[in-house]
Design a binder for this molecule. Sequence first.
Ligand SMILES: *Cc1c(COP(=O)(O)O)cnc(C)c1O
Length: 362
Amino acid sequence: MIAFLDLRAAYLELKPAIDAAVARVTDSGWYILGPEVEAFEAEWADFCEARHAVGLANGLDALTLALRALDIGAGDEVIVPSNTYIATWLAVSGVGAVPVPVEPDPATHNIDPARIKAAITPNTRAILPVHLYGQPADMDAILDIARAHGLRVIEDAAQAHGARYKGRRIGAHGDIACWSFYPGKNLGALGDAGAVTTDDPDLAERIALLRNYGSRRKYVNEEAGVNSRLDPLQAAALRVKLAVLNDWTERRRTIAATYAEGLAGSDLTLPHVPDWAQPAWHLYVIRSPDRDALQARLTEAGVGTLIHYPIAPHMQAAYAHMGIAADALPIARQLAGEVLSLPIGPHLTAEDAQAVVRACRA
Ligand SMILES: *Cc1c(COP(=O)(O)O)cnc(C)c1O
């Protein structure tokens, strides 16, 4: 049996160091923010080639607080991909703004810059690209449009830990990048965790304020914030895992290369990687018009797969009130019916990857 994901294996590989880090926090008597969170923030900013990082409770809060810090809310529109994980849309609607979907380039699965202009209205405030499956979106094209129309750029980087766009790490290409450290992400905590990175000191400061009840000084509240602080226990575990992130990303790259080579020439559509992209390979997503049958065969052969994502956001009951017809976003709809994620992660051996190739080809 080849598991799609094995979080326990990832923990066991680092068990002594993670257990020691957790013990360091429990022994310290300091359980909210403090030195462990600050150390992780500094290390994460450095890794992302960004000036600032602010640790938060999860990735959805990172997106939400990024929007709030840019004063985006009721009456505003934010351009989002039509084929993302629903959290991207939920952050926008959660602050009272309207998510305006734009279709992806089906080859890369990322938002198609050529389609963005047509979606801009006088109410548009920001573009929110997602580096889907760990492959960077075409940031220069997106930033050109944003500059020409006076829009902000918020990156959903929840799947892109360590990815590079034109040689530079994802982290501060746009105004602000939003991270999730949900356990299954490339850098995963032992529970929920998240962060933002940015080169803008004012944005970083505003988010640090918002995450802590709008308070810099205890019992002095400058604005109506929330409680979305990164837990020091999670920060301590993340620091251990950050130290091996480059190695683990390299393992993902090797698996992706095995799949690309082994499945070339098959009737499966493989991920297209533009020459300026260095993906983090959070997911290895293939496409087949016969997806459900393929998934069933792989399950029978002992290969675990998942679908990211089976229902496009505009077809979810959560967004029925927007009244977007199912076929108004045909690419998102089609991708949802054809995508299949093969196992990828630090737990997978070279033999496992070859076995997945054989099962796909059988
Ligand atoms: C995981 C994820 C999120 C949300 O992160 P949480 O930490 O689960 O809140 C947002 N956007 C994308 C693209 C994600 O994959």
